[in-house]
Design a protein around this ligand. Structure first.
Ligand SMILES: Cc1cc2nc3c(=O)[nH]c(=O)nc-3n(C[C@H](O)[C@H](O)[C@H](O)COP(=O)(O)OP(=O)(O)OC[C@H]3O[C@@H](n4cnc5c(N)ncnc54)[C@H](O)[C@@H]3O)c2cc1C
Length: 225
């Protein structure tokens, strides 16, 4: 994505933090960064788990909370079908898919509390093992060879925030994917492009507006994986 974007004229500043957003009234005038100010009238917030802080810089509430999520990687599994689909047990949220010659296994941990911690721990393993034993006992025979923790970027209804702020001119956002942003990324990119250009996106994203969480907004239907 970065290479074609550069070919189209985008300039990507790596390791550069946005530290503030300047406004004149409802209009954005500049973004402050650790490399200095960037004059602009438009900001697109795609800051994942950190989006609430970035939204606050512009005076826009983006209700996104960071939540640690861990995965485990197994030793190579002989005879793994090359077309093994990502498999989810909806009852427990246990899932697995091929990761190199082994499997990547994950599951939600109801004991996690919001926060930016990304160190790993084993407190989720007993619950994971119980779900494996119930749904796919052969997984218990596999040795765990690694794993890591990252941050889910969770909204109150576990659906994304995609849209344009109603109170600040030209503050767009695409965030809060609640752990499903990788698969949604390509389509969301097209939608945000159209929102930026003032075109009607190929899919109606109005229900994903952050305004749905305003105090007087009706509660949306909850869909969770
Ligand atoms: C263990 C785990 C497993 C997952 N599995 C899946 C999966 O199977 N399928 C799936 O679809 N999704 C999965 N996800 C979720 C997926 O990784 C996220 O939904 C996705 O990465 C969100 O993308 P994003 O671009 O919105 O945010 P991010 O990828 O978090 O990117 C946000 C970027 O904003 C930058 N940023 C933040 N604040 C600032 C600032 N002030 N200035 C400048 N830059 C800033 C950050 O450095 C970061 O680079 C998983 C997540 C975890 C943790």
């Amino acid at each position: 994505y970065a290479a074609p974007a550069r070919r189209c004229g985008a300039r990507i500043l790596r390791h550069t933090e946005v530290t503030g957003i300047e406004r004149r009234g409802a209009a954005i005038t500049a973004v402050q960064t650790t490399l200095g100010p960037v004059a602009t009238d438009t900001v697109i917030c795609a800051a994942g788990a950190w989006s609430r802080a970035v939204g606050a810089m512009a005076g826009v509430d983006l209700p996104v909370q960071p939540l640690r999520r861990q995965i485990a990687v197994t030793e190579p599994v002989p005879g793994l079908p090359p077309d093994l689909p990502m498999t989810i047990d909806f009852t427990s949220s246990l899932y697995f898919h091929a990761e190199g010659p082994g499997l990547l296994v994950g599951m939600s941990d109801p004991d996690e509390r919001p926060g930016f911690a990304t160190d790993t721990h084993d407190r989720w393993i007993p619950r994971l093992a119980a779900a494996m034993e119930r749904r796919a006992p052969a997984l218990l025979d596999l040795r765990r060879t690694g794993g890591w923790a990252g941050l889910y970027e969770v909204t109150p209804d576990h659906n994304a925030l995609i849209g344009e702020a109603s109170t600040v001119s030209r503050f767009l956002y695409a965030t809060g994917f609640s752990g499903h942003g990788f698969l949604q990324g390509p389509a969301v990119g097209e939608v945000v492009r159209d929102l930026y250009l003032g075109r009607v996106p190929f899919v109606d994203v109005a229900p994903l507006s952050a305004d749905r969480f305003a105090a007087d907004a009706p509660r949306p239907e909850v869909n969770r994986v």
